[in-house]
Ligand binder design. Structure first.
Ligand SMILES: [Zn+2]
Length: 143
């Protein structure tokens, strides 16, 4: 194969182009504000969820038949799991909002490097960078 490539450097994308896609830099102040707005929005939505789930809470039913009783308990377990997840998410978001008031937001808890903005856009309450999270998840899977 003959290389007909021109002697110039392999063409580089101008930096100004699509900063959102190529950005692996720490988040700027404006980007942080965007993340803050996103977190606040998610928090408001979760609070609404929590509020609604409290409103629709039913008294636990008691069945004389143990099979019926078991299925009721199973349904309640599922409802509790959903609530636990909602509260967990809410807790993470509250934590991220608190971190934003300090300078620790967007910094990986494990390696203390800045988490790339593109990851924070996907998961504004991320506490770890992707490499660290992968390590942690692998470690957890082994246990
Ligand atoms: Zn890390």
């Amino acid at each position: 194969m003959s290389t007909t490539a021109h002697p110039r450097q392999p063409h580089r994308r101008p930096l100004a182009q699509d900063p959102g896609l190529t950005c692996t830099e720490p988040a700027t102040t404006i980007q942080r504000l965007q993340l803050w707005a996103e977190l606040a929005k998610q928090r408001a939505m979760l609070l609404t969820d929590v509020h609604l789930s409290l409103l629709t809470d039913e008294e636990p039913e008691m069945h004389p038949d143990p099979v019926d009783q078991a299925s009721t308990e199973f349904g309640q377990d599922l409802a509790i799991q959903v609530k636990v997840r909602t509260f967990d998410k809410l807790r993470h978001i509250e934590q991220a909002l608190r971190l934003m008031q300090t300078n620790n937001y967007g910094r990986c808890r494990r390696c203390h490097k800045e988490i790339p903005f593109e990851r924070l856009t996907v998961k504004p309450d991320a506490l770890f960078c992707v490499p660290c999270l992968t390590l942690i998840e692998h470690g957890a899977a082994r246990n």
